[in-house]
Design a protein around this ligand. Sequence first.
Ligand SMILES: [Zn+2]
Length: 588
Amino acid sequence: MAEAGSFADKVKNQADIVRVIGEYVRLKKSGQNFTGLCPFHAEKTPSFAVHPVKQIFHCFGCGKGGDVFSFVMEMEKCPFPEAVKIVAEKCGIPVPRPKERTPEERKENQQRAALIEIHREAQTFFVRQLEATAEGKAAHAYLEDRGLNAEAITKFGIGYAPSGGDTLLRQLKPKYPEKLLVESGVVSRDQSGARLFDRFRKRITFPIANESGKIVAFGCRALGDDMPKYLNSPETPIYSKSNLLYHLDRAKDTIRRQDFAVLVEGYMDAIAVARAGIANVVASCGTSLAEPQIKLLGRFTKRVIVNYDPDAAGQAATERSLTLLLENDFEVKVLALPAIGDKKADPDLFIREKGVDAYIKALKESPPYVDYLIARARQMDLTTGEGKRRALNFLMPYVQKIPNQLLRSEWATRIAQQLRIDEPVLRAALNKSATERRSEVKVAPQLVGKPAKQIERRLIRMLAEAEGFKKELAQRLQLGRLYEGLETEKVFAALIVAGLSEEPMSATEIGANLEERERQVFFEILFEDAQEPTWEEAESCLEALRRRQIEQELAKVQRTIEANPSGSGLRELLERKQELMKQLAASG
Ligand SMILES: [Zn+2]
């Protein structure tokens, strides 16, 4: 993976695997290794080990293992180049700026820059429309009616897209090629393909900026009863809905400082909450939070208060988001605002009706997600056994997502109390689903009950590490074909190739050429406590393999004789048998 001389190779040589993994897992020194609770499967006693010298990790429970990069890839669910970058950053190794290597890349960058420029111009245009046209003034009045004053309108860059149909187009057309304008999403092409027109018409415009504050899209709300009520930019080369959080560019510093974020659904909610003085608010701009959005937020905090709309869609969105947030180790609270009169309250409405202080108070009192979920479960009919079962089935998937065993146990007690379920019964159900979850998530290590024999393990260790004689050992094994038919034959084959080659190969590189099952055995062996190997020991192991080979041939000869006692080759077979028995006696 890490090519010699490459940046990845440099990072790998400089990175300390113990330090990097130590940022994710609490590690304790134990003999030559460091051990801790495996982050990839649920466990109470540590079976996860990191080897500081070999720079590898291995879990004896679930079998996961590899080098510093594979660990980060698995933890962050990111591809190799990203993992290299993350490790480099953690270790303070400067990451080279990506060069524009190909003409295509240069073209792409130019295109992105032009798309951002189009958005900048469109933004100026929309703002001017709101301020300076009759149509825009009506929109302005509508916004004020919604509680947005001039200061807020300016601050959040709110503008107006006129009803004309090509006003913006006429302004942009002289400067940009048609294709690019369509690609930007602010201009659309009609079905015949012949005519271009403004995508947003007769709508309030909200600029959507990326993390660094560049406008990359617009969210637009119909002024009248036009459908759809909300119309947003399409996905473009500079905008992907699932990779962006609205208001993050302004919220990120406060999120980091206060170490928590408020998550709302739409940009109107985000604006209302931000105006209430809660700067650390972001909106998912969609009913459901996507995994990349969670990763993005996770770079600033792991604590979040989810305040989605209280309607059915919002509830479902909350619950879907919860699952993802929990899986990504977020500490989650849920704010479900009480209805106002007969209206279900979103943050915007709640703040307008009840005031900032009431909202801040509700935010402060928002319960941990499990209490929110229990409250939801309690709305189900709990008078019957069937109802209780349904409530439990609703809660169980969330409880399973809690990585921490102790916490999971605490929740079990609370759920039992609140739903009036017999606690031992609940715990049994929980344990059962926990085990099921484990077998679902992890492949059970197939080596259980079939560990490689001690001799094989010793030889493998020597082949990997006995610098003084591993080449000689590889030659002897190769020459006598002594490893053939062994359970670990493939590990031997890979190590022999490595041992005979002139290029030094790392354990990870060898492991990368093996099937997962074989790699697991190999890594396990590397982690065993072992004495310094000697050539004498190696010879006695080789001798044992030779004996095994003779015994196997002997058994085969014997079987052939018995199968056909009057066969034509009987004499040769008997002679071979004698010869083999002699060899066996000599080697014993
Ligand atoms: Zn594990």
